[in-house]
Design a protein around this ligand. Structure first.
Ligand code: ZN
Length: 254
C-alpha cells in the first residue's frame, strides 16, 4: 500500500471516529422525536400550546403557526387573522398566499376558520410577551427553551409526550417549516403579527402615506406555500396600522 493511500485511509478513519458518532446520535435523536411527535394526540398538542401561551406575562401581539399534523381537503394557502390583536386593524380578515410565477399575498373574501397551507392545518399559538425593566418595553419570546424554563406544567406535558427530548419536540412543533428538524430556527417559523425573523439584513417597510414603519402582518417560509420554486424563500407581508390598505410583500432568499 502506498504511503499516500495509508495516510488517506488513516484520515478517513479518524474522521469517521471523530464525526461519526455525533451524526449517528443526532439522527437517532431526531427519529425518536419525530416518532413521538407523530404519536402525540391532538389533545396533547393542544395542552402544550395552551401552556406555551400561558408563559406570557403581558398581552401578546401575535402568533406563531404550530404543527397539528392534520391534513385538510383543500391545498389553498389561507390564513385567517385572529381577532383581538392590539393595533392590528386586519384582525378577522383572511389572507391568501399564491405561489405561481411569483408569490402573491393578498386579502380575500373567503370563509376560513384556521390557517391551512398546502393541505396542512396549523394552530396559531400566541407568542408569549414580557415587560422588561430597563429600558421599559415589551419583548416577544420565541425561544422554546425559555418557555420550558418558565413553566413546570409545560415541562410535564412535554415529557409525557416525548420523555427523552421534550425541548426538541417543542422546537419541532413551533418551527413549522423546519421539515424533519428538531432544533429551534426562527426563520422556519410562520408568524402572524409580532416581528419578522429576517433571512438576510432587515428590510423594514415604510408607509407611502404616513412614512411610518409598517407592521408585520404575516411571515411565511417558502416550504409551507410551495412544493418547488420558492422553497428557499421567506415571505413577509407588511401593512400600515393607520392606513390598513397600504400593504407590501417582500421576499428574502437563502
Ligand atoms: Zn400609514
Amino acid at each position: 500500500m502506498s504511503p499516500l493511500l495509508t495516510i488517506a485511509l488513516f484520515l478517513l478513519m479518524l474522521g469517521a471516529i471523530l464525526l461519526g458518532p455525533p451524526i449517528v446520535r443526532y439522527n437517532r435523536v431526531r427519529r425518536e422525536v419525530l416518532r413521538y411527535a407523530a404519536a402525540a394526540s391532538s389533545a396533547q398538542l393542544e395542552a402544550i400550546y395552551a401552556l406555551v401561551e400561558q408563559t406570557g406575562t403581558v398581552a401578546s401581539n401575535g402568533f406563531v403557526l404550530a404543527r397539528t399534523y392534520r391534513k385538510t381537503e383543500h391545498e389553498r394557502c389561507l390564513v385567517p387573522l385572529p381577532e383581538g390583536l392590539p393595533d392590528f386593524p386586519w384582525s378577522g380578515r383572511v389572507i391568501e398566499v399564491v405561489a405561481a410565477d411569483e408569490v402573491v399575498v393578498r386579502f380575500v373574501d373567503e370563509p376560513a376558520t384556521e390557517p391551512v397551507l398546502l393541505g396542512e392545518a396549523y394552530r396559531p399559538v400566541r407568542v408569549p410577551r414580557h415587560a422588561t425593566r430597563k429600558p421599559a418595553r415589551h419583548r416577544n419570546v420565541y425561544s422554546p427553551g425559555e418557555y420550558v424554563a418558565a413553566s413546570a406544567p409545560l415541562r410535564e406535558a412535554l415529557a409525557a409526550a416525548c420523555p427523552n427530548h421534550p425541548l426538541k419536540l417543542l422546537s419541532h412543533l413551533l418551527c413549522a417549516a423546519g421539515g424533519d428538524g428538531v432544533e429551534f430556527e426562527p426563520i422556519d417559523q410562520a408568524r402572524i403579527g409580532t416581528s419578522p425573523s429576517w433571512v438576510q439584513d432587515p428590510e423594514y417597510q415604510y408607509c407611502d402615506d404616513c412614512r411610518k414603519r409598517m407592521r408585520l402582518i404575516l411571515q411565511v417560509p417558502g416550504p409551507l406555500i410551495s412544493r418547488k420554486a420558492f422553497r428557499r424563500g421567506t415571505f413577509y407581508f407588511f401593512g400600515c396600522p393607520a392606513h390598513p390598505d397600504r400593504t407590501r410583500t417582500l421576499g428574502q432568499y437563502t
